[in-house]
Design a protein around this ligand. Structure first.
Ligand code: GLA
Length: 372
């Protein structure tokens, strides 16, 4: 009996092997496409496909997710992230970090400075008086070294960030691995090492619109964030240092709610960090987004303590080279940036973001797609 099933397996394997690659549905693959040049660096777009046809495309410029193809409830494919048709789109001034990896420090550090071990460090100023998303040339604007990993389901990106880059101390070696699973999960694993103590807060800046272009805004997306508290901010979006309860406020997403429901009552729109309600330090489901018309559902899992929910408030329809010439108007998409809290280096009561020599920074986030 054992021998018989072994033979059957062998026969199946041989018949599968003899089929042309295109008929080999049900396997993982990574394809490559030239995506332009930046100075002397070739920019390549890598597309990972999973057995059920979900696809993610990533370029080595900024480690940026350029496309994310998922099925709606009718089985129709659609691209659920904002982006551009060409590299020039991503290079344009004012590209609001579409799909990019963010570092060395995601979100803001007040007055672009912090003190560590008795020394003050001055950072690049790029957002009012503050530093945002790593400074003038953050990890979103550098060329990463990309390697396809065995198994055809993961792409590894490596970047060496020099001591003093954008004002931050220490040489930092960063590795990010994007993987697709057969369960329609896009997993992002981050790792970093340093040779001097430094703040670090890595994230990804995908702009999601689960309607895949059908709805011009995300007002009809239903959002749940598993967080009983959030960090209130001043007018320049710097945390006040307090942690407030969401209960009874427009910030309450503990029960799924349409994004548009209370949007107008939040000054400037949602652009805040939520303090996740976690049971431990592992990978936990902390948010869901549902778009009823398409049936698309996205679940967010992370190991991080916070999430920045940004409702695309600064989009104003002026970006060029957008996919298919789309107008990305205010609230055209939402970002769910899993992270530590903004301005942590200046807020001793927030969970520490300091990485020391000998330690390894790790962070995993999963965006899982389905329909209901
Ligand atoms: C983050 C910030 C926002 C904005 C966007 C990019 O989400 O919190 O204030 O800067 O990035 O435009």
């Amino acid at each position: 009996m054992k021998k018989y099933s072994y033979l059957l397996l062998l026969a199946a394997a041989i018949s599968c092997k003899n089929k042309p690659a295109t008929e080999n549905a049900g396997s993982f693959s990574i394809t490559e496409k030239a995506f332009g040049k930046l100075d002397t660096s070739a920019i390549t777009e890598y597309t990972i496909s999973n057995p059920s046809g979900m696809q993610v495309s990533i370029i080595n410029y900024g480690g940026t997710v350029t496309k994310l193809i998922t099925k709606d409830k009718a089985g129709k494919d659609g691209d659920v992230v904002l982006g551009y048709d060409s590299l020039s789109g991503f290079l344009q001034k004012g590209n609001p970090y579409f799909g990019a990896l963010i570092g060395r420090y995601g979100n803001r550090i007040a007055k672009a400075k912090f003190s560590l071990d008795g020394k003050e460090y001055k950072l690049a100023v790029n957002n009012g008086a503050n530093t945002l998303h790593g400074g003038l040339k953050g990890y979103d604007k550098v060329v990463w070294t990309a390697t396809k990993l065995p198994g055809d389901s993961s792409l590894q990106l490596v970047y060496h960030s020099k001591d003093g880059e954008e004002g931050y101390p220490g040489n930092v070696d960063v590795t990010v691995v994007y993987s697709l699973s057969s369960a329609n999960e896009l997993k992002i694993d981050y790792k970093a090492k340093t040779d001097k103590a430094t703040p670090i807060n890595l994230t990804n800046h995908c702009y999601f619109n689960l309607s895949a272009g059908a709805d011009s805004t995300i007002n009809n997306h239903e959002l749940m964030i598993l967080a009983a508290q959030y960090t209130p901010v001043d007018t320049s979006l710097i945390p006040l240092g307090k942690i407030l309860d969401v209960k009874g406020t427009p910030m309450d997403f503990t029960v799924p709610k349409l994004v548009g429901k209370d949007l107008d009552s939040v000054q400037g729109g949602y652009d805040h960090n939520w303090v996740l309600t976690r049971t431990g330090k592992g990978l936990e489901k902390i948010a869901t987004v549902y778009h009823a018309a398409s049936g698309r559902l996205m679940e967010v899992y992370t190991t991080e303590p916070g999430i920045q929910f940004y409702s695309g408030n600064f989009l104003d329809g002026t970006l060029t080279n957008t996919k298919g010439g789309a107008k990305y108007v205010k609230h055209a998409a939402l970002c769910l940036e899993t992270q530590h809290f903004p301005d942590s280096p200046n807020e001793p009561s927030f969970p520490s973001t300091i990485l020391k020599p000998g330690e390894t920074y790790t962070h995993t986030t999963v965006y899982k797609f389905g329909v209901k």
